[in-house]
Design a binder for this molecule. Structure first.
Ligand SMILES: Cc1ncc(COP(=O)(O)O)c(C=O)c1O
Length: 490
């Protein structure tokens, strides 16, 4: 039977129910953290069979609803903190991030207007100012927290598109797309994130608008090819709306030559957006900050805190070098960000965001910086980068493992190749590696990425977790070996 008043409020009944529900949930989390398996190893079909939405019309009450969530969700969740959970840019989270979530959720502030989030609005704005200073941008508060990298990249590309048309005297915001759209292109490397393509489709220019620039042997944008693609575009009568550089490609962790790209783009008056969803973590690094050299020159930047900043999902940011470009997406809603308000300097962050209702995710970064201090934050970021180098060394010493790419950030790309398979083709090796990845997840013992790099199917370790050691990865690589042997003898 459900409680009489289910709303969180000041009454004794409500606060008691709140405390009980939170205590029951956090105790369940503590137990779940102790589960030895990385995953309970159920297949898609088994989970579909097991999870049933048979809602009780009378309601179960909080306690029973939480028990069911523990049984059907928590126990079969992936343990992102587990040392063998290294498939994706999917981080274990900070304890302080959990505390922040309690505050974010209970207060339920909405970042669209000052009158829905007064202190939160100011904290977010100050964090944007702080992030801009880390990048090396001029003082200011142009930027906003986002749901993550995809949305930040969308904002960068959208403003680049609208600035491009505005230079030709046309307002996209007012009049929509116009002209020979097939001649408008975006350049990014062949290793850029797929959200560039998806966002360009969303922006009405289609996948066809994305021209891929070749990469060098370290998976970075090749400057000669970029120069050539710019010349080709000119010869074809095409116009370049933006260059998207990546600081930390999803698989190889490669960082494009930001300064050189920005310099070249400036010669052609082209907007540069940097997708630093992953590599942006190096802003805090003591050892690797110089990898981001030139970031301060670009027009807009994607940062993502639910990657190597160890924040819970979701938490990202978009930074805009020149505040004037925000005019391109100006919209004043009488009930949220009226002219009257703005004339008085009331900060309504809906003016800077694609979202209207928006979570106060910025609190997680603020509390993270407060709790850890920059030194410890830097240490846990640097640790993954250093571990990747050690793991690569170890892999090179193993006869059945082949390092596919030298690590640059915290990922290692490699493949299993049986020593006796001297004549085996790429397809055979690819299939074996795909099967190794699948079998490991199915066993519940490890989650290793399977990806393709330069036409080679390989396994990927994304070593974000600062509590993971080389010994843990040796255990994982022994599992890879054992799984491969089992598959080969089956
Ligand atoms: C380089 C890069 N950019 C953008 C994204 C998208 O970020 P999000 O998943 O936060 O939307 C990713 C995701 O892995 C990424 O690796």
């Amino acid at each position: 039977m459900s409680e009489l008043n289910p709303i969180l409020a000041a009454s004794a009944q409500s606060t008691e129910a709140y405390q009980q529900a939170i205590a029951q949930s956090s105790q369940a989390v503590v137990q779940w953290l102790q589960q030895p398996e990385m995953y309970q190893g159920k297949t898609v079909a088994e989970l579909r069979e097991r999870i049933k939405l048979d809602f009780n019309p009378q309601g179960l009450g909080n306690q029973a609803a939480i028990e069911r969530a523990i049984e059907y969700f928590l126990k079969d969740s992936l343990s992102v903190h587990h040392p063998q959970c290294v498939a994706h840019l999917h981080c274990p989270s900070l304890v302080i991030s959990q505390a922040a979530e309690v505050l974010i959720n209970a207060t339920n502030q909405s970042m669209d207007s000052w009158d829905q989030s007064p202190s939160a609005t100011i904290i977010e704005m100050k964090l944007i100012e702080w992030l801009r200073a880390q990048v090396g941008y001029q003082p200011g508060d142009a930027g906003v927290f986002t749901s993550g990298g995809t949305q930040s990249n969308l904002m960068g590309l959208m403003l680049a598109r609208d600035a491009f048309f505005a230079r030709q005297g046309h307002s996209i915001q007012q009049d929509g797309l116009t002209g020979n759209l097939k001649k408008i292109k975006v350049l990014c490397s062949e290793n850029a994130h797929f959200s560039v393509q998806k966002n360009m489709a969303l922006l009405g220019l289609g996948y066809q608008s994305v021209t891929l620039v070749k990469t060098d042997r370290f998976a970075r944008m090749d400057l000669n090819d970029l120069t050539e693609k710019l010349a080709q575009a000119q010869a074809n009568g095409e116009q370049i709306l933006a260059i998207v550089a990546t600081a930390g490609t999803t698989d190889a962790g490669a960082i494009d030559p930001l300064r050189a790209i920005a310099t070249l783009a400036a010669e052609h008056d082209i907007w540069v957006h940097v997708d630093a969803a992953w590599g942006g973590a190096l802003l805090l690094s003591e050892k690797y900050r110089d990898y981001l050299d030139g970031l301060e020159l670009v027009d807009s930047i994607t940062l993502d805190f639910h990657k190597q900043f160890f924040q819970t999902i979701s938490c990202g940011a978009f930074l805009l070098k020149e505040a004037r470009h925000y005019e391109l997406m100006r919209y004043q809603a009488a009930y949220l960000n009226s002219e009257f308000d703005e004339a008085q300097g009331v900060p309504n962050l809906v003016s800077k965001s694609l979202q209207t209702t928006r979570r106060f995710d910025a609190l997680k970064l603020w509390m993270g910086l407060e709790a850890l201090g920059q030194k410890q934050y830097a240490a846990i970021i640097d640790s993954g980068v250093s571990l990747a180098q050690e793991v690569a060394h170890y892999i090179m010493e193993q006869s059945a493992l082949e390092l596919v790419m030298q690590p640059q950030l915290a990922s290692v790309l490699f493949r299993y190749r049986p020593v006796e398979w001297t004549a085996a083709g790429n397809d055979e090796i690819a299939l074996l590696n795909q099967k190794i990845g699948d079998a490991l997840l199915e066993s519940g013992r490890a989650n290793v990425g399977v990806t393709e790099f330069d036409g080679v199917t390989c396994l990927k370790l994304t070593l974000l977790n600062p509590t993971v050691s080389l010994e843990d990865i040796k255990v994982l690589l022994a599992l890879v070996d054992k799984t491969a042997q089992q598959l080969l003898s089956a």
